[in-house]
Design a protein around this ligand. Structure first.
Ligand SMILES: O=c1[nH]c(=O)c2ncn([C@@H]3O[C@H](COP(=O)(O)OP(=O)(O)OP(=O)(O)O)[C@@H](O)[C@H]3O)c2[nH]1
Ligand SMILES: [Mg+2]
Length: 196
């Protein structure tokens, strides 16, 4: 089954391809020109559905299955921020590094070396048979420094619960089995099976 990913994030594409080996996974940019999708939902779920619907419509092929991921990190000491704004934490044109260092600065401004935090991933699936959404979470601590350079985004400052190292230091294979994305995709796969 061909699965089209409605994302322009190369880290997500890499992880989802590695986690969905049983499917033929392609980023939508491999099929059509990338275009801007306004993520103006109030929740991860709404934004994932906005992305999946936009790409399904743009592809114009009703038999295709489109999957989108909307995700982010929520930090307790920051009252759950940046949350759905994780990709724009340091501004609209911010890249992963800008966002990472802005979050570290925020923790330092609060006067803490770390804070409980969690990642959320909402996965939306859009097909001619309907629309579906599922979630996954990964809990741990956000620390006010970077360690390691594995993963992507905020991974170098995130220590998953039960570990001493950041996702930047831990093996990518381990993240695969722990992550919010892995948990949401496990549920998404049950839906995909039911669509066959
Ligand atoms: O270190 C990280 N490890 C992860 O596993 C992870 N998952 C999400 N994020 C961050 O959360 C935002 C997503 O925003 P987002 O869902 O809008 O995606 P995006 O804008 O990058 O691409 P798209 O899918 O929208 O095209 C971005 O800042 C990501 O860096 C992660 N950071
Ligand atoms: Mg985005």
């Amino acid at each position: 089954m061909k699965l089209v990913l409605a994302t322009s994030n190369k880290g997500k594409v890499r992880e989802i391809k590695a986690l969905c080996k049983e499917y033929e996974v392609v980023a939508y940019s491999e099929l059509i020109k990338e275009f801007e999708i306004i993520e103006d939902g109030d929740t991860f779920k709404q934004n994932a559905l906005i992305k999946a619907r936009a790409v399904y419509k743009a592809l114009g092929d009703e038999d295709v299955i489109v999957l989108a991921d909307d995700s982010g990190i929520s930090v307790d000491v920051l009252d759950g921020q940046p949350g759905i704004y994780s990709a724009r934490h340091a501004g609209v044109d911010a890249n992963d590094k800008d966002n990472l260092f802005k979050l570290i600065k925020d923790l330092k401004q609060k006067g803490v070396a770390s804070s409980p935090a969690h990642y959320t991933a909402a996965i939306a699936i859009v097909t001619k048979k309907g629309e579906y959404s599922v979630h996954g979470w990964m809990y741990g601590d956000a620390i006010a420094q970077t360690r390691g350079d594995g993963g992507f985004g905020y991974d170098p400052m995130f220590i998953p619960l039960g570990f001493d190292q950041t996702l930047g230091e831990l093996d990518e294979e381990l993240k695969k089995k722990l992550s919010h994305r892995f948990k949401a995709l496990s549920l998404a796969k049950k839906i995909l099976k039911s669509l066959l």
